[in-house]
Structure formats: structure tokens, C-alpha cells
Design a protein around this ligand. Structure first.
Ligand SMILES: NC(=O)c1ccc[n+]([C@@H]2O[C@H](COP(=O)([O-])OP(=O)(O)OC[C@H]3O[C@@H](n4cnc5c(N)ncnc54)[C@H](OP(=O)(O)O)[C@@H]3O)[C@@H](O)[C@H]2O)c1
Length: 255
């Protein structure tokens, strides 16, 4: 494993499980000091036990609370002296069509996926200017096009995709890069329902050229590339990590 993040301070939201946890381990393996944040402290402590070149420190944070976001980012900079990398990864799963989505479910989705990333970025930007740091947002293939039965998720992830582009344009002159990954089905707690439903799983496998879901580590590898100096001239990119799902024009299999 290389040392791309030696002396770098990273913050990951939703870092206690899945893609966020895999990213924390990856960045720490490459030398970073990583602050993993999320609501469930015990999950964060599990991730922090990972042995690596760098270290992982847990900190409780609900991204739907802008005041708490500001406080925690301030504490990270006070404690570690800088902030180089921010990964906006916190998210919750799809919740149905517009008719099926309650006011509360809509508000929670937007607050978590879109406003969460907005406030984390807002409070991190002054510190990222100081380090010429970068942000990687975890969008989704659901932020590039529509799904059936995932209206609030599509809206929030679509917003996050375009927020990524706006941030990249507005802050490029300060030396800040802002990119996103857009994963397809990835094996995490969020997609356990797919694994548990053979019929639904088969439908997914039919659309995915590799015939399998991504592993969280495969998404983490793409995030670590975008966050590293290897991507020093990559800005405003939404990188699909989808096994080729997006190569399809949407028609059914002809052969
Ligand atoms: N799995 C997939 O197929 C897939 C595909 C494309 C994109 N994604 C995106 O990848 C990201 C990570 O998801 P995952 O698949 O790794 O699922 P996951 O294991 O369920 O991770 C989601 C994380 O977000 C955290 N979170 C949720 N609400 C939060 C809040 N209000 N404040 C802070 N943290 C919060 C959760 O921790 P706490 O509950 O402890 O807070 C959890 O650790 C999400 O943005 C998801 O939309 C996933």
C-alpha cells in the first residue's frame, strides 16, 4: 500500500459501516489520520480498531444537525491542526415513490444526503482552503438517472451530483478539488434487502456486466484515488463505480 495520505487529516461522514468504513481503512492504510463520524458510536469504535500506518479516530456526528457539524469540524481542526480531505458519505436508503414518501421521510432524506453534504462542505471549506484540500462526495448511479421507487433518493443524490459540480467550479481557484463517486449496487447494510430477495437480486445481476455487486473496498479505492494527489488535476468529476452499468442504453439484453 502506498503512502499517499501521510500527514493528511481526513474526515468521513457515515464512516462506521459499509463504503465509509472501507474508505476510512483505505485512507489509514495509506497513512492518513482519519476521523470517522456517524451516529452509532460503537460502529465507529469498531472501525477505529483497524491496524494501519495511519490512525482512525471516532467522533459522533449526525449530519442533519448543522450546529453539530460546525462544532465537530472545528474540534477536528483544533485537535489535528488541519483538514485535508472530506468524504461526504452519510446516506440512507431509497424510500418509495413520491406517493409513498411521507413528509418526514422526504425531509430526512434531503437533510441527510443533500443538506448534510452542504453543511459539511460549508464548514470545511475555510480549512480546505488552507491546505488546498479536497472533497469527495458519495453520490450514486441513482444521482445520474432515475430509478423506479426511489424518488427522494434520486432527488437527493441528483442534487449531490450537481452540488459537486458547483463546488468544483466555485472553489477551484482556491486550489480545492471537489469530485464524486457514483457507485452502483454495493454490498453493504444498505443493500442487505437485495441480498435477501433472490428475485430482486437476479434483476440487479442481469443489469450489471460483471454479474455481481461491488465490494465496499472497490468503491473506497476510487474515493482514495480522487482524494489523492494522483488526481491533482481531476476536479468536478462524477466517477461511476458501476461495473459498466452505465454503458447500457437501457434496452433489455438482445444477446
Ligand atoms: N450500497 C450501495 O449499493 C450504494 C450505491 C450507491 C451509493 N451508495 C451510497 O454510499 C453511501 C454509504 O452507504 P453504504 O452503502 O455504505 O451503507 P451503510 O453501511 O448503511 O452506510 C451509511 C452510513 O451513513 C450513516 N448515516 C446515516 N444517516 C446519518 C446521519 N444523519 N448522520 C451521520 N451519519 C449517518 C450510517 O451510520 P449511523 O446510522 O451510525 O449514523 C452509516 O454508517 C451512502 O451515501 C449511499 O447512498 C450506496
Amino acid at each position: 500500500m502506498s503512502d499517499r495520505f501521510t500527514n493528511k487529516i481526513a474526515m468521513i461522514t457515515g464512516g462506521g459501516t459499509g463504503i465509509g468504513a472501507a474508505t476510512a481503512r483505505r485512507l489509514a492504510d495509506e497513512g492518513a489520520t482519519v476521523v470517522v463520524t456517524g451516529r452509532r458510536l460503537e460502529k465507529l469504535h469498531d472501525v477505529a480498531r483497524h491496524q494501519a500506518k495511519g490512525t482512525i479516530a471516532p467522533r459522533q456526528l449526525d449530519v442533519t444537525d448543522p450546529a453539530a457539524v460546525e462544532t465537530v469540524i472545528g474540534e477536528i481542526v483544533d485537535e489535528y491542526g488541519a483538514l485535508d480531505v472530506v468524504v461526504n458519505n452519510a446516506g440512507i436508503g431509497p424510500a418509495g415513490t413520491v406517493e409513498q414518501t411521507t413528509d418526514t421521510a422526504w425531509a430526512t432524506m434531503i437533510a441527510t444526503v443533500l443538506s448534510g453534504a452542504f453543511y459539511v462542505s460549508k464548514f470545511a471549506l475555510p480549512h480546505l482552503k488552507a491546505t488546498r484540500g479536497n472533497i469527495v462526495n458519495v453520490s450514486s448511479v441513482s444521482g445520474l438517472g432515475g430509478d423506479w421507487g426511489a424518488a427522494s433518493y434520486n432527488a437527493a443524490k441528483g442534487g449531490l451530483t450537481n452540488l459537486t459540480r458547483a463546488l468544483a467550479l466555485d472553489h477551484g481557484a482556491s486550489g480545492i478539488r471537489v469530485n464524486a463517486v457514483a457507485p452502483s449496487l454495493t454490498q453493504t447494510d444498505m443493500t442487505a434487502k437485495v441480498d435477501a430477495d433472490p428475485e430482486l437480486r437476479a434483476k440487479f445481476m442481469d443489469r450489471l456486466p460483471p454479474g455481481r455487486a461491488a465490494k465496499p473496498e472497490e468503491v473506497a479505492a476510487a474515493i482514495s484515488f480522487l482524494a489523492s494527489d494522483d488526481a491533482s488535476f481531476v476536479n468536478g468529476v462524477i466517477l461511476p463505480v458501476d461495473g459498466g452499468l452505465g454503458a447500457s442504453n437501457g434496452q433489455p439484453r438482445l444477446g
